[in-house]
Design a protein around this ligand. Structure first.
Ligand code: SF4
Length: 374
């Protein structure tokens, strides 16, 4: 029994697959993905965007391959990046083969849309030859005509059936290295479909609320949909779809996982909304700290609280804490205990320094542990 059972999330037991060097499913950490929105044929722009996504912590990045020029560009792109690349393919089985040959770690393709069994066989062979996994991506907006006619409209049952039909095609080719998504822009539909699919198979699930909207609305919608599923233990990898800079998708994805204690990366700031009691400007301080601490990838918790009403309590639970005091004199907490005072003028620089020092120490300890293990 854990100390705080109300926080426990029991993950669905899924089989584990690999997307390049990233494990997806089983006990692997829930990975966070995004997708480039540059022209794939513009190699420099695409590589630059992937580098920004890598810096933000992306585990996997998807790149669209609508034509042969794109799969040709993919080869150059893959050589210049570190994260595994998923090639997004629709309909054209030749693009899938080219993408596998170009070094894609995974193909996002629905085998039921490729055409004949021979074509499926060729794609599966290319995937096996090049160590590629696949993602079956069912979308409520593009369900098969036959299913729509039978069910009358896109519904969870139709989406699950579509996913299992595609899965069967790959299973018939003795291929099981794939994950599945059943996305919909309607949060109720997507969530119900994922619940159904989670029951029906043990394949790893890629979560997404598709076309969720802009930065604010899409973040809220994705958090409700994916939050519900992740809280129930469903989901092995995720992509937040936003009409915004793809880097934001990575930030939001990690924030969702952080909120549920499923994965931590970088500094998690706990801060109050502020009010007339605040000893310093909480809103500006948090904005400044978020900017200046964005480069930290080591998990560290930091509480920034305006006054003693909630400051000491929050600081007890965080690695580093700041509680606003009177007369521009504030209290710093280290590892939950009151440690020293700091002035308003010096506090931001001081906190950045403390966090950087702590991150460096943790990284050095981990490196030493790894060396000892080797
Ligand atoms: S912690 Fe203090 S400053 Fe922050 S909102 Fe609460 S009462 Fe206001």
């Amino acid at each position: 029994m854990s100390v705080r059972p109300y926080r426990d999330i029991e993950r669905r037991q899924s089989r584990k697959i690999r997307v390049g060097n990233v494990e997806v499913g089983g006990d692997a950490p829930i990975s966070v993905q995004s997708m480039t929105n540059t022209l794939t044929t513009d190699v420099n722009a695409t590589v630059a965007q992937i580098h920004r996504l890598e810096e933000a912590g992306a585990d996997i990045v998807r790149v669209s391959c609508p034509d042969q020029e794109s799969t040709a560009a993919l080869k150059d792109i893959i050589k210049q990046v570190h994260v595994p690349i998923v090639a997004d393919i629709h309909f054209h089985y030749k693009r899938a083969i080219e993408a596998a040959e170009a070094g894609a770690a995974c193909l996002r393709i629905n085998p039921g849309n490729i055409g004949s069994t021979d074509r499926v066989r060729e794609v599966v062979k290319a995937a096996k030859d090049h160590g590629c996994s696949m993602r079956i991506g069912v979308n409520a907006g593009s369900l098969e005509k036959e299913l729509l006619e039978r069910y009358g409209e896109p519904c969870p049952e139709a989406m699950v059936e579509s996913a299992l039909n595609h899965a069967k095609i790959l299973e018939d080719q003795d291929f099981r290295e794939f994950k599945i998504s059943v996305k919909a822009s309607d949060v109720f539909l997507a969530v119900a479909a994922y619940y159904g699919l989670a029951e029906a198979c043990d394949y790893p699930l890629h979560l997404g609320i598709t076309e969720a909207g802009g930065l604010r609305g899409g973040t809220v919608k994705s958090s409700i949909g994916m939050g519900n599923l992740l809280w129930a233990g469903i989901g092995d990898t995720l992509r937040v779809s936003l009409s915004a800079d793809p880097v934001e998708e990575i930030h939001v994805g990690f924030d969702i996982l952080k909120s549920l204690g499923l994965r931590t990366r970088g500094v998690q700031i706990i801060s109050c909304p502020s009010c007339a009691r605040q000893g310093f400007n909480v809103v500006d301080t948090v904005a400044e700290l978020e900017k200046r601490l964005a480069h930290i990838s080591t998990p560290i918790s930091l509480s920034i609280i305006g006054c003693i009403v909630n400051g000491p309590g929050e600081a007890r639970e965080t690695d580093i804490g700041l509680t606003g005091g009177g007369g521009g004199n504030h209290k710093m907490y280290i590892s939950g205990r009151p440690d020293h005072n700091i002035s308003t003028e010096k506090m931001v620089d001081h906190i950045v320094e403390l966090v950087e020092e702590r991150a460096a120490k943790i990284e050095a300890e981990e490196a030493a542990k790894q060396t000892a293990a080797e």
